[in-house]
Structure formats: structure tokens, C-alpha cells
Design a protein around this ligand. Sequence first.
Ligand SMILES: [Zn+2]
Length: 143
Amino acid sequence: MTATPTLQSGLFKFGADGLPHLLANFCSQCDLVFFPSRVFCGRCSSSELTSLNLSRFGKVHSFSFIDRKPTYAVIDAPYIQAEVKMPEGVSVFTVLDHCSLNDVFVGLEVEIYVDEVNSPKSQGKVLAYKFRPASVHSTEEVK
Ligand SMILES: [Zn+2]
């Protein structure tokens, strides 16, 4: 019996286009963007924050090859961990998938997609966001 995976709540949602978008917010006073969303601005302390769906595409700013599974990690090593700069000005720390280390470079255009990962709290699966090179169009995407 396979349980239905649960959604990684509060981090992304599927838009009207059926595609995943990261859920961010920005400060209405100083325009600083946050991902994950915050309850007050880290720059000016304003609590006037407005929801924002991030773009589906960003660019690799830095990356690292992880060859050992960290304690409590929900995916198995090896994998690539990346910092992705989004057009809105915020960085997203993410797993970069569907590529090898030799394919990755600073400035590589990547896109968000959703994949099943192991839940850290149970035997079930969780739908989590990851990124992959924008040139990859997988039919394995979970919706
Ligand atoms: Zn602010």
C-alpha cells in the first residue's frame, strides 16, 4: 500500500497553471523579499508583509557536492546543494537535481520542480521542491 504524499506546507503551491511556485513575501515598507516567508521584516522590523509567488526560474549563485547523508536528511547522498538567486532578489537554498556536478556552473539557469522525498517524521512521503537545469523537461514530475 502506497500512502499519498503530503505537501511540504507553506513553502510552495501549485498555481493556476498547474506548476509549482515558491511562496515568499516582501516588506511593504522597504521591499526586501523573504523566502521562506517571515512575519516581520529583518531589515526595518515592519510587520506589513505582502505575499509573493516567486518566479519559476533562477540562476545558480553557488553550489556544493554533498557526498554523505547529513543526520535527519530526507534525501540520500550524493546530491548537489545550491544557492539559487531568484529574479525577485532573494536566494533559495535547494537541492539541484537532474544533473551531474560536471553540468553545474555559476549562472546556470534552473527551474523549480516538485519531487517525493522521505518524511523525516514518518514512513510516508512528502512532496518537496527542488530545482533542476531549465533545459530539463522531465515527464517524471509529480503534481
Ligand atoms: Zn522592511
